[in-house]
Write a protein that binds this ligand. Structure first.
Ligand SMILES: C[S@@+](CC[C@H](N)C(=O)[O-])C[C@H]1O[C@@H](n2cnc3c(N)ncnc32)[C@H](O)[C@@H]1O
Length: 251
């Protein structure tokens, strides 16, 4: 008699980039895998909070057939606390994979760009080095914002930088001076400092803000002076392109 194997092959974790906000910007591969997995992990800032990534793909999920599990990633200042969170959530994911179930981890934009998914992968590998993980790239907020504003990110010999504004101190100024195009992510909490710096550098008229790019409530603000005294959504970025010349020869 052939007995039931007492171990099942472990499942695979798919890190799926769901794109910036418009469900139509999810890749075909992301959609196929999203529909195929029995378990979907969605990151939230606190228990019961809305998940931006889940909102983007909600219409494609089937809660009757698929289990949707929220994983809490609260923003914390202490690295030790963050690491504990990553490890606890990695344990939850590992439990599912060891039961032989495939799972998706949703990431807004692209999973390899300032994403919790990277930390989850590291925490998983710490526990089980051979864990099967596949990354499905997504359209990042940077590319989507460039598209909706029609601001080219780089042309010919231009150099561009992407920086997380909330972490920047004096380097913000030197980066703005050094690059032709600068994309400032995580700009909400650093807004006034950014506005002061670009004003000092004479770049205010070259800056454009995009908030919740791709969502129905998407906002584009070309007069960034009007942002003084206004609260910005976390999902906001600023593109500063110094040159107004596009497609013209600079030789
Ligand atoms: C932790 S990073 C994640 C980046 C993401 N993985 C990506 O590929 O775009 C979060 C920052 O990305 C930017 N961001 C992400 N999605 C956005 C959107 N839909 N509209 C505007 N900015 C967005 C914001 O600056 C936000 O503070």
């Amino acid at each position: 008699m052939i007995g039931r194997p007492d171990t099942v092959p472990p499942g695979t974790l798919y890190g799926i980039g769901v794109g910036p906000g418009d469900p139509e910007l999810l890749t075909l591969k992301g959609l196929r895998l999203l529909r195929s997995v029995p378990v979907i992990f969605t990151p939230v800032a606190r228990p019961g909070a809305r998940s931006y990534a889940r909102e983007v793909v909600d219409q494609f999920l089937e809660p009757g057939r698929q289990e949707v599990v929220e994983l809490c990633f609260a923003m914390r200042d202490d690295t030790a606390g963050m690491s504990r969170q990553w490890r606890t959530n990695a344990d939850t994911i590992l439990g599912c994979l060891q039961d032989g179930r495939d799972a998706a981890f949703l990431t807004e934009g692209d999973p390899m760009l300032y994403s919790t998914f990277v930390h989850i992968t590291w925490a998983l590998r710490e526990r089980q080095p051979d864990v099967a993980v596949q990354v499905v790239p997504g359209i990042s907020s940077i590319q989507a914002a460039a598209a909706v504003t029609e601001i080219p990110l780089a042309d010919r010999d231009e150099r561009m930088a992407v920086i997380p504004a909330s972490y920047e101190g004096v380097e913000l100024r030197s980066t703005l001076e050094a690059f032709d195009t600068v994309v400032l992510l995580k700009v909400a909490s650093a807004k006034d400092r950014v506005l002061d710096t670009i004003e000092e550098l004479g770049l205010t008229d070259r800056a454009v803000l995009v908030e919740r790019c791709g969502r129905p409530e998407q906002t584009i603000i070309r007069d960034v002076r009007s942002l003084r005294g206004r609260r910005l959504d976390y999902f906001s970025l600023i593109i500063i392109r110094k040159s107004a010349d596009v497609g013209r020869s600079r030789d």
